[in-house]
Write a protein that binds this ligand. Structure first.
Ligand code: URA
Length: 203
């Protein structure tokens, strides 16, 4: 099936999802956004109020800080793909519970499969828990590279944690410098097979 169709189906499934109770309180699902062919993907926890209202990930205060951090490593928000563990806002911004996270993870797996980023950055403890290691604490694991199934994984503090405790920004900046260096070391991935097919017969 056509690559864009696969994306359309995924986004539609997220928009109409009723797999957990969060669908009852959401204004909008927040599937994720960005460069669907990105080398770098960020995974947060779940939508907050601004994201629930707009249907877009990381657009509130934490999102504005994330944008600045992305720009600090010479990238633009449009260059990367941004997603969350859960696609609907947990009421009152509580942490998603395990059932909600597990119900939503197939969507994230699909996004990773379609984007096939070189590097996946877990923002904060919830992303670490469901993507890297159920038991690892963010303070211990942050800044360390883990290679898994051809992806390079790294965790850093969630931008909301940096807003609460600006002293953590030093460590976060170290992590972002590592991410920049790894991107340079790895280079861009080869084009998708189907993207090559799309250009067949063009000349
Ligand atoms: N926090 C998150 O984890 N994700 C968002 O999209 C916004 C804030």
């Amino acid at each position: 099936m056509d690559y864009n169709k696969l994306w359309d189906n995924l986004i539609r499934a997220v928009m109409t999802c009723t797999n957990c109770q969060l669908c009852k309180t959401r204004t909008n699902s927040v599937p994720g956004e960005g460069n669907r062919d990105a080398d770098l993907m960020f995974i947060g926890e779940g939508p907050g109020r601004d994201e629930d209202l707009s249907g877009r990930p990381f657009v509130g205060k934490a999102g504005q800080l994330l944008d600045k951090m992305i720009e600090a490593i010479d990238l633009k928000r449009e260059d990367v793909y941004i997603a969350n563990i859960v696609k609907c806002r947990p009421p009152g911004n509580r942490e998603p519970n395990e059932g909600e996270a597990r119900a939503c993870l197939p969507y994230l797996r699909r996004q990773v499969y379609l984007v096939r980023p070189r590097i996946i950055v877990c923002l904060g403890a919830t992303a670490v828990r469901y993507v890297i290691d159920k038991k690892a604490g963010i303070t211990r694991i942050r800044g360390q590279w883990i290679e898994r199934k051809g992806y390079w994984l790294i965790a850093t503090y969630h931008p909301a944690a940096l807003l609460r405790d600006p002293a953590k920004k030093y460590d976060a900046w170290e992590d972002f410098k590592k991410i920049r260096a790894k991107l340079d070391e790895l280079g861009s991935k080869p084009p998708r097979q189907d993207a090559l097919m799309e250009t067949d017969g063009d000349e």
